[in-house]
Design a protein around this ligand. Sequence first.
Ligand SMILES: N[C@@H](CCC(=O)N[C@@H](CS)C(=O)NCC(=O)O)C(=O)O
Length: 210
Amino acid sequence: MPIFYDFNRAPSPRRARIVLAEKGIAHEAREIDLATGEQRGEAFARINPGLTVPALVLDDGAVLGDNAAIAAWAEAFQPDPPLLGTTPLEKAKVASWNSKIEGECFMAIAEVLRNTSKGMIGRALPGPNDYAQIPELAERGRARLGHFLDRFEAHMQGREWVALDCFSLPDISAGVALDFAGWVKVDANEGRPAIADWRARLAQRPAFKL
Ligand SMILES: N[C@@H](CCC(=O)N[C@@H](CS)C(=O)NCC(=O)O)C(=O)O
């Protein structure tokens, strides 16, 4: 059975956790305690040299060290229900929205959090290298997040799901990202009724309780 390296409180592994749950892919979960820096210890470095969670180790020992790999593998391993679209155009829309959400939303939130948090001084980016915090990046991240949310609200008006007519990967990525926005005290729902309605739909899915 695949082994899923997780940290329950962190947003990135939550994305993969939801993918595995939506697909019904059985796995054994192991918690890596980011709060005590376990991801930077020798034992985890041997598993994922990127020093981040999520990571999924397959039965043959292959390591999937990020969300992109885990989602691609999960879709191929368990095609039903599809999360990456089925037609060529659907697949393109899913890829485009997922990349937009990662770059314009997830990263903007991370810029705010990692460049302001006292616990992340000298650790402004995850991974093997230490980087100093840059306060201006936090300011820019907050502005970028607000701009993204306003564009996203306009996009969601009259739509049920982010990229397709059905639930797909960008719903997971954006749903997790907007919960993560709460960490930097941004309520994405405020003044954005279409986003609020869509998040209420997401909250009904059992996987989103994970
Ligand atoms: N690109 C990676 C990013 C993973 C990532 O940044 N994970 C964070 C938790 S949300 C982490 O492991 N941080 C470890 C650290 O800050 O040292 C993915 O989405 O899979």
